[in-house]
Every structure is written in C-alpha cells, then in structure tokens.
Write a protein that binds this ligand. Structure first.
Ligand SMILES: *Cc1c(COP(=O)(O)O)cnc(C)c1O
Length: 433
C-alpha cells in the first residue's frame, strides 16, 4: 500500500503540484497532503488507512456526510439509466423546480457544471442585461477562476484592479473594480463616481473564501439601495452559502434582518450537486430570458444538467428539506464553535469563531481584545503560525480541517455528538501544542 508521501511524489510527476486544485497541496500549512481512498458519513480514510473526522466536506457539498444511503441509491439508479445524453431530461426540470421553490425571487435557472462556470455566466448575463461593462467585486471573495474575476485592488479606488494570475491580460480586468469587504465608504464613492457604468456588484454575502466573514447587515442594505438607485444588478454568489447556511441560503438569512430584501441574480454550486459537478445561476424570468436560445447572451455546456449529477443534487435537496434538518445542523455546528472557543479560553489562546447553519470559521487573533475580522486584510493579519500548528496537531489527532487559515469549515448532518466531542478533546490538546 503506497504511503501519502509516495503518492504525492508520484502525483507531482504527472500533475502540476501533484493536485488538481491548488489548496489541496497543503502549501499554506506545509506537510504532505492526505490521499483519500474512501469516505463514509463524517469520516475520510487516507491511503495509509488512517481515519479523519472531515470538516471540509469537499469544500461544502457533502452536507449529508459521505455516502448517504438515499443519495447513493438515486445516483446508482440514474447511472444505470445513462450517464449523459446531451438532450433535455425531466430530472433537470425537477431540480430547477426544487431550487426555485426554495429561493423566492429565482424564477428561472440554468444548470452548469462548476461554480466557476456559473459565476462567469452570471457576469456575462449581468453585462448583457444592463449593457454596461464595469463590475464590482470585493477583496477576499472568490467567484471562481474566470479571467475577469482574478483581480486584486489597484493602488487607488478610482483605478482598476490588477490580475492576480499570470495569463490574465490587464485589458481583461480593466472593467473590474475591487473594493474592501464591509467598507461602505468605498462602495459609496464608487457608485457616486461610476454608478451609471456598473453592470453588477458580485458578492459572497457570507464570505467563505476568506475563512468566514459576514457582510454586515447595514452594509448589505446600503449595497442593495445603491445598486437599485444606479441600475446595477446585485449578484449573490451563493455557491458556498446556498443550501448550506440555511435552506434559503444567505439570501434567506439577510431577508430575515431586511424584510423584502433580495438580490437580482443568484449563483449556486456545491450543495446543489451533493458532491457531483453541478452548479447553476438564476434570477427573474425577464433577465434569464436574455440567455440563448431566447436572447442574445450566449451560454452552453455539453454536460450541463447531467442526469447523474442532477439525481445526486435532487436527492440531497430532498434530504435537507426535511423539517428540522437545518435547526439540528446549525445547533451541532454552533456547539462545535462554542466548544472550540471554550477550549481556547482554557488554554489561554486568543480565539474567535462564528457559524451559520452548517458553515463555520475560526481565527487566532494576535491579541485577546480583537473581534471577528471584517475583511480580507484583517483575516490575513491573524496568527498564521498558530493556525498552522493547530491544523497539524488536529490532523495528527484525526481531525481534518481546511489546510489554510483563509478557508471556511463545514459540518455535515452525519457528524454526531460523539464526533464533536472527539474534535473538542483533540482541540484541547492541539491548542497546547
Ligand atoms: C467554490 C466557489 C466557487 C467556484 O466553484 P467551482 O465549482 O470550484 O468552480 C465560486 N464561488 C464561491 C463562493 C465558491 O465558494
């Protein structure tokens, strides 16, 4: 049986960095990535036969845990009927109907295969609908790796961003404005000076790609007002938060605080595929009908609405729609964060954490007086060495956390009380490591 280290050496010969998505390489924390052979419920097993309690859940999709019997059965059945047809199926319609029923405001939906594809397509649609070019995004929010979205802030607010990746020409990001998350003054200024040129503002309403950072309610409220006043679309990237922080996603969370609140377009992924490649974007019929074949905005995909993926997504949505599901998941996640906070207090380690539904985050601030970070800069200023030590100490104790301090964590409904207790026991030791 090859070890993780042997597999990593072999992988690096044929795959750049040995991985098919960079964060898996453990570059942020150092060490050898675990090669996973199998998963069940709340657990992963690596190539060396070691078991881990999984708090990544494939970065969000595995909300039911791994290998949920009803989902497995749906996938088996669908696979037996055919992997892909390149023609419409009833199941795609069912999935669209299921999502629409859960998210008020979404009237039509197009299914795609990845969050990147969904975000990129929503952006094109927003530009097509408004006839404008400029887009606003926030530092620390990830919307997939489309060229126009791989941007960091320029030197001044009025200037355009710089590509964060080689291979992205400056001209391609010249219409992308990057602002600080939760910074209302910057948003006000950009709208005051360029409001009529902005096609859309794209945001992770609860950001999960700079650990876990909520957009403040007053910030979201004003963002909505400014978009409406200037004819710009507010695009909610709910690839991570959708069907994860609540059944209605982050939109549901903000609509509780702001009655009647809704974005203009939504981007979904992760949970809606239940672990299969599936994502979507949607909104009001009037906007969605601008897409081909009805309208002038082109968008297509060979495997879009794949019959096996849609079966997996549908079965997953059915399970998480059961009464009481999210209450139980949220309570378990909250118990984890509260337990970690208590363990850190006992160990005398500065620590702050937060959660919503089945998504959580925690930070090691550099001083005990600091609260939850509100933007990317504040997240990256937290104690990286402490996080890395904690990550490895937990991994050694059979708890698999995200291998970077800027990633969120995920609890599934397969995580039992005993798993949380074992995690807290490990944390008590790891915090002293
Ligand atoms: C994961 C993620 C994406 C990209 O989805 P992929 O399926 O990895 O392309 C986009 N937006 C957010 C908020 C995400 O978390």
């Amino acid at each position: 049986m090859p070890t993780n280290a042997e597999l990593f050496v072999r992988a690096q010969r044929v795959i750049p960095g040995g991985v098919n998505s960079p964060v898996r390489a453990f570059r942020a924390v150092g060490g050898t990535p675990r090669f996973i052979t199998r998963a069940e419920g709340a657990y992963l097993w690596d190539a060396e036969g070691r078991r881990y309690i999984d708090y990544i859940g494939s970065w969000g999709p595995m909300i039911l845990g791994h290998g949920h019997p009803a989902v497995l059965e749906a996938v088996r059945k669908a696979a037996a009927d055919g992997f892909s047809f390149g023609a419409p199926t009833e199941r795609e319609v069912e999935l669209a109907e299921a999502i629409i029923a859960l998210v008020p405001g979404v009237e039509q939906l197009r299914l795609v295969s990845s969050g990147t594809e969904a975000g990129m397509s929503a952006l094109r649609l927003a530009r097509g609908v408004t006839g404008r070019s400029k887009i606003v995004k926030f530092e620390g929010c990830y919307h997939g790796h489309a060229d126009a979205l791989l941007v960091k802030a320029g030197s001044g607010l009025a200037t355009f961003g710089h590509p964060t990746s080689a291979g992205v020409p400056p001209e391609v990001v010249q219409h992308t404005l990057v602002l600080e998350y939760n910074n209302l003054a910057q948003v006000e200024e950009v709208f005051a000076t360029q409001g009529r040129e902005i096609a859309c503002v794209m945001i992770e309403p609860i950001a999960g790609n700079m650990n876990f950072v909520r957009a403040a309610v007053p910030f979201m409220k004003r963002l909505r007002e400014l978009c409406t006043a200037h004819g710009a679309l507010l695009v909610f990237d709910e690839v991570m938060t959708g069907f994860r922080v609540a059944l209605g996603g982050a939109h549901g969370v903000y609509a509780k605080a702001l009655p009647g609140f809704r974005p203009d377009l939504w981007v979904f992924g992760k949970v809606i595929g239940g672990g299969m490649p599936l994502a979507a974007f949607g909104g009001p019929r009037e906007m969605m009908s601008q897409l081909a074949p009805l309208g002038p905005v082109y968008q297509a995909g060979t495997l879009s609405g794949n019959p096996v993926a849609t079966a997996c997504g549908l079965a997953t949505l059915r399970e998480i729609s059961r009464p009481g599901y999210f209450e139980a998941l949220a309570a378990r996640t909250k118990a984890l964060v509260e337990g970690l906070t208590a363990a850190a207090r006992r160990a005398g380690v500065p620590f702050v954490g937060d959660s919503e539904g089945g998504m959580f985050g925690f930070f090691f601030p550099r001083s005990a007086s600091e609260g939850l970070p509100q933007n990317y800069g504040a997240v990256m200023a937290t104690d990286k060495e402490r996080f890395n030590r904690f990550f490895h100490a937990m991994l050694e104790r059979g708890v698999y956390l995200a291998p970077a301090l800027y990633e969120a964590g995920f609890v599934s409904s397969a995580h039992g009380e005993a798993d949380i207790a074992a995690t807290l026991q490990a944390a008590g030791e790891a915090l002293r490591a």
